[in-house]
Design a protein around this ligand. Sequence first.
Ligand SMILES: Cc1ncc(COP(=O)(O)O)c(C=O)c1O
Length: 328
Amino acid sequence: MPDLFVKNDSVSPTGSLKDRSFAIAVSKAKELGVSQAFTYSSGNAGISLAAYASRARMKAVVAVNAWASAQKILMMQALGAEVIKLDWDSFEQVDKALAVLRGELRLYEFVNFVNPFRHEGQKTYAYEICEQLGWQVPDYMIHPIGTGGGIFATWKGFNELKRVGVIKKTPRMIGVQPAACAPLVDAFLRGSREAVPTGDAKATIAQSIASDMPFDRGRRPLRAVYESDGAMVAVTDEQIVASILMLGQEGIYSEPAGAATIAGAQMLVRQGVIEPGATVVCVVTGSGLKQPDVLQGMLKEPVAFKADSVELVEHVKGLFGDKKAFSH
Ligand SMILES: Cc1ncc(COP(=O)(O)O)c(C=O)c1O
């Protein structure tokens, strides 16, 4: 695939796509006089809220999935947020808990599709991708789906560019979910515009995109896919790990959710849905530093030497083969 591009959001201020939406949503909240910020998060949204709320001098409280990586939770705390761990078996329980908090405490929330401003930041993907491709529009845009806020916002951004006449067409939007927990993929395969609860959110390494039931039954991400004549695809953890290592060969260290897009591209090319000559943009949405444990035990253990060991030189020679470093 000569025209496969990566939009690398692992290099954003807190290492994930969520900074796009929180930069705008927290600024807007500040403008509205909000001083207490609350969000539910699978991990990265809580980290972004923590960072931007601290800069805005707001108190931030994050309810994070209890199984989020230790690194993500520490990062939220280091950035100034109060953290609550939330355990659940079905996302409907989270929905209900949020409704109770909303009703009793009248919290100002930053959850995707509850907060109306997050999409306005997230949609800058579309602007940047067009600009960086010389105002060309990719044929396919591949995005991992958790709440579906990211894919929906990107679709909104492309549509707005088209409406103001900056671009002539829009890409086909492809959503990717982990096979262990893929309610939107299931809905798409049934031809439905609404997801039903399915899968186990704790049964995949792609913890940022694991939800058995997206907000609002996934209506808006599904709409983005149907309207754009796109697709949804599920990928296994094995495919995600292979994609993390493939991205590594391009110098990009991705968390599982981000690498899922590469696995999705591969699957759809194999299935004949995407032509290998197409221009495809895969969003790598988060840094591998956020969830380093996933590769634990999967890669070979480095050989250990004492610094004065005579075997050291022989070993390194063996690793490089016969070639000298300066030979051509
Ligand atoms: C790294 C990463 N990728 C993808 C997503 C999915 O984004 P959305 O919830 O907007 O679908 C998330 C959400 O937490 C994430 O953290």
